[in-house]
Design a protein around this ligand. Structure first.
Ligand code: CA
Length: 223
């Protein structure tokens, strides 16, 4: 899942990007407010980490404009301005959470994870669909109670499909969320990845909708 990191201080941005990548996200960076606003409106991100003091357009204005444009992407503000009134201002501008600087990257990652989970309507850290159990905190997967080892890419794909269980994800949508923009990829990479994942979690688990994309069929309500 792609996360947009909007932070102009290179050292802080690098720490955030590294921690998010280690947690299985696909972080992308923007260094100024104008570029960031454009991307926040035009592209799909699972969450946005937003610094307030930015060149060209400040973070709060960016957030207000993005919300005015109808974008509901979860936003975590990361700022040194951490008085209660500034936090209120941030939340009022449309932020979902607020983290004061300095912060531990572990806490930032946990908060981003919680935002993404809530945005998808999941209150718990463990997703369960069709006997597949995915623990987003431990980053482990079990099928019918048996632990399964997945590569980072396989885990990201499974996480996306499970988070959107019951919905067909197009190849483009999946590729956008799985790979960073600059990453080179072969045209059949996704098929290969789906094939590998099927062999690990069950051939029937992931359905192909010809000409549309892939999905995991959601569990029936109540069962
Ligand atoms: Ca700044």
């Amino acid at each position: 899942m792609k996360v947009l990191v909007i932070e102009d201080e290179a050292a802080i941005a690098a720490r955030i990007v590294q921690a998010l990548a280690a947690a299985g996200f696909v972080p992308e960076q923007a260094q100024d407010g104008e570029d960031a606003l454009f991307r926040a409106i035009e592209e799909e991100f699972a969450a946005i980490v937003l610094d307030l003091g930015l060149p060209l357009l400040d973070g709060l204005s960016l957030l207000r404009r993005m919300r005015a444009a109808g974008r509901t992407t979860p936003v975590l503000i990361v700022s040194a301005r951490a008085s209660w009134s500034e936090r209120v201002e941030g939340i009022d501008a449309g932020a979902d959470d607020y983290l004061g600087k300095p912060f531990r990257v572990e806490e930032l990652v946990a908060r981003v994870r919680a935002l993404v989970r809530r945005a998808h309507g999941h209150a718990h850290a463990v997703l369960t669909v069709r006997g597949i159990e995915l623990d987003t905190r431990a980053r482990t997967v079990a099928v019918d109670g048996v632990p399964v080892a997945l590569t980072a890419a396989e885990y990201r794909l499974l996480h996306l499909l499970m988070q959107n269980a019951g919905r067909v994800l197009s190849r483009q949508e999946l590729a956008d969320q799985l790979y960073a923009e600059h990453e080179e990829r072969e045209s059949n990479t996704l098929e290969v990845l789906v094939g590998r994942l099927r062999r690990k979690v069950g051939e029937d688990a992931i359905r192909t909708r010809r000409g549309q994309g892939y999905l995991i069929v959601a569990d029936e309500a109540g069962g």
